[in-house]
Structures are given as C-alpha cells and as structure tokens.
Write a protein that binds this ligand. Sequence first.
Ligand code: ADP
Ligand code: MG
Length: 631
Amino acid sequence: DIESGKPPSDPVKSNEGEKEKEVKASRLLYLGKPEWSVMAIGVLVLVITQLGTMSIPWFFGKLIDTIADGSLTEEEAREEMRSIVFRLLVIMVSTSFLLFLRGFIFNGAGERVVARLRIRLFKAILSQEIAFFDKNKTGELLSRLSSDTAKIQDAATSSVSMFLRNCLSLIISLMMMLITSAKLTGVMLICVPLLIAFAVTYGRFVKRIARRYTDALAAASNVANESISNIRTTRAFAAEDVELARYTELIGDPDDKEDKRCCWLPKKDHTHSLGMKKALGHGGFIGVVGGLGQVTVVGLLWYGGELVLTDEISAGTLITFMMYAVNTGAGLAVFAGLFSAFMDALGASVRTFEIIDKIPSFLLRGGEALEKVAGNISFKNVSFCYPTRGDVPVLSNFNLDIAANSTVALVGQSGGGKTTVISLLERFYDVTGGEITIDGKPLKSLDPSITRLNIGMVSQEPVLFGVSITDNICYGWSAKHHSDPSKYPLFPTKDRIEEVARMANCHDFIQTFTEGYDTLVGERGVKLSGGQKQRIAIARALLVDPSILLLDEATSALDAQSEELVQGAIDRVMEGRTVIYIAHRLSTIKGADVIVMVKDHKILDKGTHEELMGRCVEYEDLVRKQLNKDE
Ligand code: ADP
Ligand code: MG
C-alpha cells in the first residue's frame, strides 16, 4: 500500500482521531443544478455529435469493402468511394462545430458553478462567529476558496458531459459490435469486470489522497500568507530563510537528498509527497488500463483474423469491429479516468462543504432591530471564557451600569480583560453567563448587525483597507447603505466627509497629499503613519454617527504629538455619545465620568478619579506610575 507508512513527524494536520467525513456524490452533482437547463441543450448537442462520430467506423469499413470488392468495375468503385468520402467529410465538419458548441456549453457551466460556489463559501466564511477565525487560519481559508473550489469546478458539469458522451459512445459501440460480430464482442467483454474492479480501487485511493492533499496545501498556503502579510517583521529579523524553511517543509523539497524513501518517493508527509503518491497511482493506473487494452486488441485481431480466414466475416467487417472495439476501450478508459477525477473532487470538497454547512453559533441577522440606540449599557453578572481557551475565566461576575451619554474609562493591568469587555459589547463572542443589555434589552435578543451599526469602534491598531481615504472613511457608511439603500445613499456628501475628517484631525494632513481624499492608502494602510491611520479610523467611526463609541487604547501606540492630535479628536467626538474607552494616560482617564478598575477578571472598584484616589490602592499605584512617566 503506497499510502501507508506515515512518519511520526507529520507537519500536516493529522486527522487520525477525527471521524472521516464524507461528501455524497449527489451533493457534488447537485451543485450543477442551476445549469441543468443549459446542460440539457449541451446533452442534445452531445447526442447528435456522438451519433455522427459513431457512424464513422461504419463508413470506413464500407470504404475498405468497396475497394476490395471484385464484382465492381473500377469506375463504379470510384463513384461509390467518392460518395462515401463526401458523406464522411460532411459528418466530420459538422461534428467539429458541434464539438465546439458542447465544449463551450459545459465549460461555461463549470465556470458559473465554481463562481457560485466561491461566493457561497465566502459568504459562509464571513458569517461565522469570531471564534471560528480564532480557530481557522486565514491562509487555510484562502486555499479553500481558490484551490479546493477549482477542483470541484468540473465535477458537476464537464465530467457529467464526458460521462454522458461516453455512456452513449459505449452503448452505440456495443450495439454496433454486436451487430458486426457477436462472437468477437463476447471476447472483448471478458476484460470489462477486471477494469471496473481496478478503477473502483483506484478511485478510493484518489479520494483519500485528495482530502489529505488539500489539507496539506492549505497548511502551506497559511504559512505563505502569514509570511507575506508580515513581510516587515520577517525582513526586520532577517528571517526569510526561516520562513522559506517553514514553507518548504510543508510543500516538500523534491531535491532534498535526506528525504527519500525509494524511487523519488519522499518519506515525509507534505503536498509534494502526497502528489508523488498520486502520480505513482496514476501512472500505475494508466499503465494497467493501457496494457489491458493492448492485450485485448491483439487477442481480438488474432481471433478476428481466424474468423476472416474461415469466411465468417469480411476483412472490412473486422476493420469496422476493431474501430468500435478501440472506441469502446478508449471509452472505458475515459470512464475510469472520470471516476478518479470525480473521486478527487469528492475528496477535495470535504472541507468546503464542512464550512458551508457550519451554522454559526449565532447569525449576523435576526432579532429585534434596534434602529435608534440611546446608549444605556448594563453588564449583569457577566462571566466569559474564550471558546478557544476552554474553561479559563476571563470575566466572572462582572457588573457594570453605564448611563447614556456618559464616558467610562476601563483601566487595569494588561491581560485583565478590558478588550474582552469591548468585544462582548460588539458581540464578537457571546457571554457564557449573565447578560448584557443595551437600553434595557438583552443583547442576545437584538439583531447583531443593526446593533453594530450603532456602535463605533476604534482599536489600538486600526486596520484600513487598501482603497482610497474616502472609501476608508465611508466603510461603515457603506454598511449602512447596504442595510437600507433608501435611507442612505452610496456615498455621503463631500462636505460631510470633510466635516468628520476635520473633527478627527485628519483633514489637514489629507490636504498635503497630492491626490487628497483619493489617495490610496496601500494594503492595510501601510502608506500612512500610525497616527494618521488612527485619525482616519476615528473619522470612519464618526461618519456613521454611532450612539456608542468604543475606544481601545486608541492613543497608546502613538508618539506624544500624534497622541495629542488623536486625543483632541477623541474629546470632540465624545459629545452626545456613550463612550467606553481603555486608556493609560492619566489626563485621558481623569476626564471620565466613571473610572472602572479591572483586575483578575473582576471589577475591583469604580468611581471618579477623586473617589478612587482616596480608597483604591491599585488605582493610586497606577496614578503614581503614570505621574512618574510624565515627568
Ligand atoms: P486587556 O485588554 O485587559 O489587556 P484582554 O481582554 O485582551 O486583556 O485579554 C484578557 C485575557 O483573555 C488574556 O488572558 C488573554 O490572553 C485572553 N484572550 C484575549 N483574546 C483572546 C482570544 N481571542 N482567544 C483566547 N484568549 C484570549
Ligand atoms: Mg487590550
């Protein structure tokens, strides 16, 4: 068994313990459903083409017999030949055109099927809860979207066409063979069961390999994705070779002298070795199928020659039969090939359907639509553990009431759970115990997307998209537009964009760019400084006019001057909103209506600066450290 012998150091995610997931063949075929009407036309074309093609051997035999026929005069024979050749030409030219039509119809259908599948998969990925993204790596998901779907592409369309074509071809060939010589047909059919048994075994092997191959490729894609998107870190540490080694380990280096078992087959488990196993299997498969075919042809010729000698059939009949026989053989080989390609797709589709079928722990939409939020927030006995971190509590018995239009500062040591509080409000995760309410309504009963439209968020490392500044500022607005195009046009007015840009202290620096608001910011905003990105992120949050604003260490990563600018922007945008911010700077903290000291997944104390100064040792400690820093 060329598949066994898995080495212990398996860099590819091992699925040993996991139950083997299967995808039903019908499910793959069903992907083509929207194309069935078009494919029906294709099938019609296919039938006509096939009938034309299948008549060719018959004409060939007739031609030979005309030439060999002693009873005809030379003139008569020539006349007959001309007529046969003309009919042959007409059939061949018209079948060529139909062939084009069929190719176009089925491949076009395949393209539409894969485009739909990709969109469906992407939608399924986007609607998963945040915990899903904690578990699944970006590069792996990208690999599913691009290469796994590509493998599935033809399974529901072109393969079906090929399958039908071959069925038809087989049936006609068999019929013609039976008509020409039943004896010879009998001889031919002896090898069929052998072929089927072999193809089925091979198909199973391919399916198993295909699934592992897609997993291995996804793992490699993930490494590539990580290195490429973090190229600055890689470069700064001069770690290109480390990254290359990581990637090579997963792909498998064909020139690695150490990693050899026998006949180029590597020892380790990676895409290269899995591919080599596939190649070995494929080679063996076509070898056996080809050999079986050749032996059959020789056997048929031998036996057929005997029949011609005993005058049971003519030489022309033998030619016709042999052509149909070769046709049948080729058809059977194509069948076997199709079967293995289908099994390949079946294996590759396991993960794709796994994601498509995965119902998120809560949906993006659904629940009470709270269009206008006043901004009263309440945490009641909230406890929470991250789904990826089992039972380690991050918050327990967390109680906090926040009145509308007030500002709350969360302070406390790093890792205390401050960011988690904000993530729970955004409903990135659901609380494991207790309840969060907004305006008295449980967060779980509200439509998550509509609620989020009323919440603005600026995080420590704001991420911009690789589009223009205008498009970045309008990002949240676009979401509002999609939610209700009648109320929100695609773009807000230019004045409004400039207004929020001014409020966020970014209008001035945008003006210094030659292309102004149309400047492209580069992937994730790399062409801007940290402070500039931060201020655009504030403008982005502002444009949607959120009732609740969440600021997570928005100024922590900035130098003093940028911090001042960003702080100025924040002070301005706090007006008339409920604001929760996480900060370290004393000047920022002091201004809050309520300061909440978070420690060891609980609230240690809360109150104004003055109140806490008198009674909370930890807070006094924090203030002292800050004062030292400021000096
Ligand atoms: P803070 O913002 O106060 O520094 P966080 O809320 O980010 O703290 O983190 C609180 C705890 O939760 C930390 O122990 C951290 O390791 C853990 N944590 C944060 N994010 C995740 C996550 N996505 N998955 C698992 N654990 C997390
Ligand atoms: Mg944090």
